[in-house]
Design a protein around this ligand. Structure first.
Ligand code: ADP
Ligand code: MG
Length: 252
């Protein structure tokens, strides 16, 4: 079924009274992949964080609907439980907390919210072992502290592992490709493609067309000054790579 998974209507957002998003409209159907591109400072990460419910941003106008439900003022936890996942541009390190414990707590929080059984460390270990095979992660990652000493590529992979584990419906991947060499990029793209279904949607925020060669988007949006100023198809990224943002903005 081709229902709207997320609908963003005329979204205006301030931070410290400075307007950052200035009327974003975006509609993503279940199963679709959308890419968001645009210069530094155009508001891409802000949009990602606002969808995930980051508390520092102040929504002054407009709304966000997820699966038909108004989530504009819900907490990040409520949104995560409903199936929204944000992979951070800069994943944080959490010293003193093992990845396995972190993942289990996240998983159990969702189980609890759905009134399903929470898993003890041993049962969780069985579950997570299956998942890490799926996305080709070294099992040693589980016993290490969250992201501590991980390479850029490993941090990004760890974000995908969280998304897989939580079985999120909408994955927002903020520059998941930045800092990755070509093999790591291919690998993470294969992992992402392998978990996509007709019910799942992805937003890929990127500066580069190369990830879009592997994960082909249905639509590409260009942001500028807190708005989506252009929407094109997968070829838009190629045009951008050759002719730059100006070519698209001038012809809009
Ligand atoms: P992008 O991800 O497209 O590079 P961002 O969403 O990170 O852009 O930033 C959009 C604009 O919002 C930038 O001008 C940035 O300086 C500003 N901004 C983001 N966060 C803050 C903040 N905490 N305080 C003030 N300005 C911010
Ligand atoms: Mg950003």
């Amino acid at each position: 079924m081709n229902y709207n998974l997320i609908e963003i209507n005329d979204l205006h957002v301030n931070i410290n009274n400075i307007p950052i998003l200035q009327g974003v409209n975006l509609c993503i159907k279940a199963g679709e992949i959308h890419a968001i591109m645009g210069k530094n400072g155009s508001g891409k990460s802000t949009l990602a964080k606002v969808i995930a419910g980051h508390p520092n941003y102040n929504i002054t106008q407009g709304n966000i609907k997820f699966n038909g439900e108004n989530i504009t003022y819900m907490t990040p936890e409520e949104r995560a439980i409903k199936g929204i996942f944000l992979a951070f541009q800069y994943p944080i390190e959490i010293p003193g907390v093992s990845n396995a414990d972190f993942l289990r707590l996240a998983y159990n929080a969702k189980q609890k919210a759905y009134k399903k059984a929470e898993l003890d460390p041993l049962s969780f270990f069985e579950l997570i072992n299956k998942q890490i095979h799926k996305i080709d992660i070294n099992p040693q990652f589980l016993s290490r502290n969250v992201n501590e000493g991980f390479s850029g590529g490993e941090k990004k992979k760890n974000e995908i592992l969280q998304m897989v584990l939580l079985d999120s419906k909408l994955g927002i991947l903020d520059e998941i490709d930045s800092g990755l060499d070509i093999d790591a990029l291919k690998n993470i793209s294969i992992n992402i493609n392998s978990i996509l279904t007709k019910e799942k949607s992805i937003i890929i925020i990127t500066h580069y067309q190369r990830i879009l060669d592997y994960i082909v988007p249905n639509y590409i949006h260009i942001m500028e000054e807190g708005k989506i100023i252009y929407t094109g198809n997968a070829d838009t990224a190629k045009q951008l790579e050759t002719h730059g943002y100006k070519s698209i903005i001038q012809n809009k």
